[in-house]
Design a protein around this ligand. Structure first.
Ligand code: BMA
Length: 831
């Protein structure tokens, strides 16, 4: 097979509505070099024809681009030899979005779905020598509005409502954490393929027997073209790269092989074991010649979602089991890393997913308002041991359900399921994001709801289920997120989005335990991005929280869908901390509140993973891991890749062993959580200190942490006075987990870090200590530095040691609750 990518010599220009289309394509003026794959916005930026939409208020200046039509053209050479090939196919892997393609002036394709690939038979259309491609992209907004005029306005949360009619990444229309940038362009590869016969698809539905002793690895090969005298040769390589089995078959379509592996090397989520990946190599031969080869990586694992009774409670669990082991799944929701998707590098994907893995996460949810992610994303999840909860691309809207729309969705779903189904990391398919929730809000779902108004219900409950059960029967299909139970807020069945905190009634973040679900697939609290991001994205005179620019970079929508992030942030601050005195303190305060909220959330949700028969809460995915532009948002990593304090809080709460304390009616409830496979005998130390740092009580005892569950420890009677409590869990004298309780609300107390000492040593070792309790010590030394631990609560007299990988400067900036400005500590040289 010959495969040529057609990515060079592309040009683009804005469509001139006054000119006839072909005249416009042939015109000599207005063209600029285009990047393919890419988008108009990326090219305009590259040619410095627009301002950076991410800076200041610039987003407003670039809206015209999404309202215009755009032309792309290129010429490519085809040799006479190539034309001889029996089959010639032209493939567009992705067109964004309303597009018409002309080959040598003849219309060959119309596409209105960004998520589908199109393969065209162009035999007979290609010419020897020069050929031309022309692509018209119509304004998604104009087309969407026309469709909306015809079909009626449908309810949507976030973005222009016309988005519901178009199969285009929904966050391009603006979201409560992202700008409006309606891209157009050839956003995925364009290829010309010449062949007699080709490997059209390889499906490897590997399966591990319930006793984990054997794995069956079927390999289904689909060929296209003239299969006479073709042979398919399939090899299985073990994770060490050694061929363990091979088979050859004469090609009929379809061709199936079966490998059987005794004692398979099992794939585990990160932290629970390794991620060995087997490789299936498929070679296609004809007349003794190798025509094509494909390599598929596969992981051997048994993933199940167990829904069983929860002892003494209503409903059922929602527990992921991998290789027969149930464990608490901690993770995060993923949004696209950028609006200009082609600017996201493989390194950026890796960096972000490594951050997730390093935070002890085992799952990422690819959220339905973004995209079916790039292949590299899933490859990395396979390698890093991150399970993927994969939404279909529908979010927060009452989508249409007519025949035409359904046909487009079916094609999209079939292609995406085929593309992703071989990945070891793929753990669950999910119909949509919050479409049941909005349906319930408009009276089309839930108790008393009129489901005849829920036009897309058939897509979620029949169409997508059918596609998944036919093409990927091993992976659970779940109709929506959230879904399950009497209504979308049901705490006892299925997954749940907990937004009573932040959205809705704006409940205090200390109350996460009142808003649990069997699997909490969303919850979160907003904070500002790092000071670095503020500096990079706003002019100096606008770098304060109340400025127009700052508010522009703080979306979040209120009940009337007006941006109200700044207002909600202000309420949570007013309830918990004293007013900020400068930008640094504002950033610190909002990030502290987010981190504290995530501490409550993860600790209280995990506390309910109580053991076999009582998996009351089996997972928690924070909204959201990452950002796509400089913004105040729920992200725990900002758009520069700088982690916020909440990142470290979550990382700690997802360790194999944790200790939890909770002050309730004069007693300090204490418990342990373990993800280990066996019981572990540990030492528990508890302390009480005055705010001034005087130790008033201390207790030490041996405890036994039961495997993969919570273990309760006897409570501690405590004083009426506001005290600071610390708990430390020790394994052979080493502290493996900590918890602390500072009196709340924090604003009533003076926690200023008066006696804080920070010693910056060589090799990135930093020692911290204090004579009195200090809350939330945040160390920073610029982007690129990764701290072994951060956002620390200091117990008086204790010396804490942390490591800063990549520390290049001698100075570390240190913030803490109550400090007006970060203190700077320098390394003492020549001491
Ligand atoms: C969720 C998500 C997004 C949204 C987030 C924050 O429910 O699904 O739609 O960005 O809340 O409001």
């Amino acid at each position: 097979m010959t495969s040529l990518t057609l990515h060079t010599h592309w040009e683009f220009k804005q469509r001139d509505p006054a000119a006839a289309l072909q005249d416009d394509f042939r015109s000599h003026t207005g063209w600029n070099g285009a990047t393919v794959p890419g988008t108009v916005q990326q090219d305009l930026l590259q040619h410095q024809l627009i301002v950076d939409p991410y800076y200041g208020l610039n987003e407003r200046e670039v809206q015209w681009i999404g309202e215009a039509d755009w032309l792309y053209r290129s010429a490519f050479q085809v040799s006479a030899d190539l034309l001889e090939a029996p089959h010639l196919h032209l493939t567009f892997e992705g067109l964004d979005t309303i597009s018409t393609v002309f080959l040598n002036g003849q219309e060959v394709l119309r596409s209105d779905n960004m998520f589908t690939e199109h393969t065209l038979d162009v035999k007979g259309l290609l010419l020897p020598g020069e050929n031309t491609l022309q692509v018209l992209f119509e304004s998604p907004l104009k087309v969407g509005h026309a469709l909306e005029k015809e079909g009626g306005v449908r309810a949507a949360w976030n973005g222009d409502t016309s988005r519901l009619y178009l199969r285009k990444a929904q966050y391009h229309y603006g979201w409560d954490w992202g700008p409006v940038i309606l891209t157009s362009g050839i956003w995925k590869a364009v290829k010309l393929e010449a062949y007699s016969v080709q490997l059209a698809d390889v499906h490897v539905p590997a399966e591990v027997t319930p006793d984990l002793q054997t794995a069956f690895i079927p390999v289904h090969v689909k060929l296209e073209g003239d299969v006479q005298e073709a042979q398919v040769h399939v090899r299985l390589l073990n994770p060490q790269g050694i061929e363990v089995q091979s088979q050859t078959l004469a090609a009929q379509a379809p061709t199936s092989f079966l490998f059987e592996v005794d004692g398979p090397q099992l794939w585990y989520p990160s932290g629970r074991g390794n991620q060995p990946l087997y490789t299936v190599q498929v070679e296609l031969h004809q007349h003794g010649k190798l025509l094509e080869e494909k390599s598929i990586r596969t992981g051997l694992r048994r993933i199940r979602v167990v829904q069983e009774a929860v002892r003494g409670e209503k409903g059922s669990s929602f527990t992921f089991e991998v290789n027969n082991e149930a464990f608490f799944v901690g993770g995060a929701n993923w949004i696209p890393e950028h609006l200009l998707l082609n600017t996201v590098t493989d390194e950026q994907y890796r960096a972000r997913l490594v951050q997730a893995r390093d935070a002890n996460m085992t799952m990422v949810r690819v959220w339905g308002g973004g995209i079916y992610e790039a292949d590299v994303f899933y490859d990395l999840c396979d390698e890093l041991g991150l399970m993927v909860w994969q939404d279909f691309m529908f979010a927060c809207g009452m989508y249409p359900g007519d025949e035409k729309f359904r046909a487009s969705v079916r094609l999209e779903a079939e292609q995406q399921v085929k593309r992703l189904r071989n990945h070891a990391s793929l753990a669950l398919w999910c119909g949509n994001n919050e479409d049941y929730q909005i349906a319930q809000a408009v009276g089309a779902y839930g108790p008393g709801g009129d489901e005849s108004k829920f036009h897309a219900q058939h897509i979620y409950e029949v169409l997508l289920r059918e596609v998944c059960e036919t093409l990927d029967p091993q992976t659970l299909y779940w109709p929506g997120s959230p879904y399950g139970g009497a209504d979308v807020f049901d705490k006892t069945i299925g997954d749940r989005h907990t937004w009573e905190i932040w959205h809705g009634p704006m409940a205090p973040y200390q109350e996460y335990k009142n808003y649990e679900g069997r699997f909490v697939s969303e919850f979160g609290l907003m904070s500002a991005p790092s000071v670095e991001v503020v500096q990079q994205s706003m002019p100096e005179h606008e770098r304060f929280p109340e400025s127009e620019t700052f508010v522009h970079h703080t979306r979040a929508l209120g009940p009337n869908f007006k941006p109200d992030g700044a207002r909600r942030l202000a309420v949570y601050q007013a309830e918990n901390v004293r007013g900020h005195r400068n930008l640094e303190e504002y950033v610190y305060n909002t990030q502290l509140i987010q981190a504290e909220a995530m501490r409550y959330a993860y600790r209280d949700f995990r506390r309910r993973f109580e053991g076999p028969g009582k998996y009351a809460v089996s997972g928690a995915l924070v909204w959201q891991l990452n950002d796509c532009w400089p913004v105040s948002s729920w992200a725990i990593i900002d758009s520069a890749g700088i982690v916020k304090p909440a990142y470290h809080t979550i990382k700690r709460e997802l360790q194999d062993l944790t200790v939890g304390i909770h002050l309730q009616d004069g007693v300090l409830e204490t418990w342990l959580c373990s993800s280990l496979r066996e019981s572990r005998t540990l030492q528990l130390k508890r302390y009480a200190y005055t705010l001034q740092g005087e130790k008033v009580a201390e207790a030490v005892q041996a405890v036994n942490a039961l495997p993969a569950r919570r273990t309760d420890v006897s409570s501690w009677q405590v004083s009426e006075q506001p005290m600071v409590y610390f708990a430390e869990l020790l394994d052979q004298d080493e502290v493996v987990a900590r918890a602390s309780h500072f009196p709340e609300p924090y604003k009533h107390f003076d926690f200023a870090p008066r006696s804080l000492k920070v010693d910056v040593q060589e090799d990135g070792v930093v020692q911290l200590s204090s004579d009195h309790p200090v809350k939330g010590v945040w160390l920073s030394a610029g982007a690129g530095v990764s701290w072994s631990d951060n956002f620390l609560d200091l117990r008086p007299g204790e010396v804490r040691v942390v490591h800063a990988a990549g520390l290049k400067t001698a100075a570390v900036r240190v913030s803490a609750l109550g400090a007006a400005e970060p203190l700077e500590f320098r390394m003492l040289v020549n001491r």
